[in-house]
Design a binder for this molecule. Structure first.
Ligand code: GDP
Length: 572
């Protein structure tokens, strides 16, 4: 294809390039595929950035670990106040003068069932951190607290938070905040949450909802108690007797102290002097400081500590792991750094979520769910789309709507989509500033429609792609047995092909008086004296089967083969 053709093509997409310019893989793929050429990208060995926190060996020695909690909710509903208030009432109690410092997480001690237990809060409120981490496949949160102001109600970010928690399959506890306000209407909030699929326990549902006042510190004990209750049900556990593993929750470069990283230990125990790798950085722990500003020697599962001694600043969401020697840690970190450099782009590509990649994934049997985010011009359209989606048969592939709301497609939607492998469906709506470039960067498929049935057709098609192909029988032909010849100890059927054809090594069954008396694979097929592969209608042939000799004149042989067929969705 002439260069000018490619330049013209790019220009029509608003990308102006010079003939000498190098294009990135993503653009190359896009252009080339549109010109009808298939592309193959060399697969990059993904750096091991994602792994299970628990190994099989840990199962021998699992012990309860405190829950790690994230607070989410709409702006101004009181997330920060709640975090501060819990910290103040709980931390100050024990620690005389306890200087608390912000390291990205803190723990409180709570008496539960007569025992002192701990709850760890990630203190970056909002879901940015939560999503950013999830987008990288990291899971640090065990329980999410959704703060809803009792004088306000369910707002866009409330819905978003619900979407995030659902997508991450993290249990959610609702804190109905600001109940001290005269204008508070907790029952109305519960009603509104019902519409989001969260039904409070008092109303027969299974969502724990606790009325609180963050400012007055009211009912915080109940909230903490509920957190521990949920933690018990979740059976959170880790093996403290092993080398530590976990996630970086914050990191920065301190002018005097060098790289500083807050590590959340998710398994094992972290110790001073340990050699570790976090993302592509490594180091030997020079000092550890806990959330109360104390220097500590160890950090056990679910606790966060600030660590000094890394060679570089890792990113929030990076996993960390302790290695036996500094040499090993350095080697792992260096290989990761070089893989990172090479594959940043390709990794972004491979994460690309589109209806077609989802289809392919599912065809390989990996996916049975289609995650969607639905944005539309008005609430009415949202509802129309949701109810039409519900009518698509979902007995095999489930549609999960993580978020549905009127409004533009925003960057946050893209983040959520990237984090949960979802496709964004926009109906009669626009892309907010930044959404489109974020989608390119994160590799998220945003599909825009202005006709509902087209939208439904596409989704349906994707779901059909999601279905595993089915093995079905395809008839090949029918054959009549006209004579039986004894051959050695067995016999051969002299046949006439009535219709279609008969093919060696394909399946067949023998019918006598309409009943199947044998079925198997046709292992010998002859015409005159020659072995042949197939014989067509109107010809005679000899058929011999090693395991079957009881031929009779008049038997009918049905020849068929098994083929894989892409199924269409069967109606429910
Ligand atoms: P965030 O944006 O969710 O972190 O909300 P903030 O914690 O900053 O709170 C927003 C506003 O609500 C602040 O002015 C708080 O003082 C106020 N606020 C938070 N919790 C309560 C509460 O329980 N009662 C009352 N009356 N006001 C609250």
């Amino acid at each position: 294809i002439p260069e000018t053709e490619i330049i013209k093509h790019l220009f029509s997409k608003g990308i102006a390039v010079k003939i000498t310019q190098t294009l990135d893989v993503y653009t190359v793929k896009m252009v080339v595929e549109e010109l009808g050429i298939e592309t193959e990208t060399q697969e990059v060995k993904a750096a091991a950035t994602k792994s299970e926190m628990l190994d099989v060996a840990d199962l021998e020695n699992l012990q309860f670990r405190p829950p790690v909690v994230t607070i989410m909710g709409h702006v101004d509903h009181g997330k920060t106040t709640l975090l501060d208030s819990i910290r103040k009432t709980k931390v100050a109690q024990g620690e005389a003068g306890g200087i608390t410092q912000h390291i990205g997480a803190y723990h409180v001690d709570v008496e539960h069932n007569g025992k002192m237990q701990q709850v760890v809060f990630l203190d970056t409120p909002g879901h940015e951190a939560f999503t950013a981490m999830r987008a990288r496949g990291t899971k640090v949160t065990d329980i999410a607290i959704l703060v809803v102001a009792a004088d306000d109600g369910v707002q866009p970010q409330t819905k978003e938070a619900i979407g995030h928690a659902r997508a991450a399959e993290v249990p959610l506890i609702v804190a109905i905040n600001k109940i001290d306000k005269p204008s508070a209407e907790p029952d109305r909030i519960k009603q509104e949450l019902t519409e989001q699929g969260l039904v409070s326990e008092e109303w027969g549902g299974d969502t724990i909802m606790v009325p609180v006042s963050a400012i007055k510190g009211e009912n915080l004990d109940t909230l903490l108690d509920m957190i521990l209750l949920v933690a018990e049900l979740e059976e959170l556990s880790a093996n403290p007797d092993r080398a530590a593993k976990g996630t970086v929750i914050e990191a920065n470069l301190d002018k005097t102290r060098g790289p500083v990283a807050t590590l959340l230990v998710q398994n094992g125990t972290l110790r001073g002097g340990d050699c570790l790798v976090a993302g592509a950085s490594f180091g030997k722990i020079r000092a550890m400081i806990d959330d109360r500003g104390n220097r500590v020697d160890t950090a056990s599962p679910s606790f966060a500590v600030e660590v000094l001694g890394m060679n570089d600043v890792p990113s929030a969401g990076d996993e960390f792991e302790v290695f036996p020697t500094e040499k090993e840690a350095r080697a792992v970190a260096e290989s990761r750094a070089s893989i990172n450099r090479e594959s940043r782009l390709q990794q972004a590509m491979s994460r690309r979520v589109s209806l077609s990649t989802i289809s392919a994934q599912a065809r390989e049997g990996e996916l049975k769910e289609l995650n969607l985010i639905v944005k539309a011009d008005v609430q009415g359209s949202v509802e129309a789309i949701l109810s039409s989606l519900e009518q698509l048969p979902q007995n095999e592939v489930q549609i999960r709507v993580l978020l549905s709301a009127p409004g533009e497609v925003t960057e946050t939607d893209v983040d959520l989509a990237a984090a949960s492998g979802a496709v964004i469906v926009g109906f009669n709506t626009n892309l907010a500033l930044g959404a489109s470039s974020a989608a390119d960067r994160e590799g998220v498929d945003i599909r825009e429609y202005d006709i509902i049935y087209q939208l439904l057709d596409d989704i349906r098609a994707a779901m059909e792609g999601l279905l595993e192909p089915e093995e079905v029988e395809e008839p090949l032909g029918t054959v009549e047995v006209r004579a039986v010849f004894p051959v050695g100890k067995g016999s051969v059927a002299g046949c006439y092909v009535l219709s279609g054809k008969v093919v060696r090594n394909r399946r067949f069954r023998v019918l006598r008086n309409g009943e199947v008396i044998y079925s198997g694979v046709l292992d010998s097929l002859r015409r005159v004296k020659e072995d042949v592969r197939e014989v067509n209608a109107g010809y005679e042939c000899g058929i011999g089967i090693a395991k079957f000799n009881a031929w009779q004149e008049g038997d009918i042989i049905e020849a068929y083969q098994m083929v894989m067929k892409r199924r269409t969705l069967s109606p429910v």
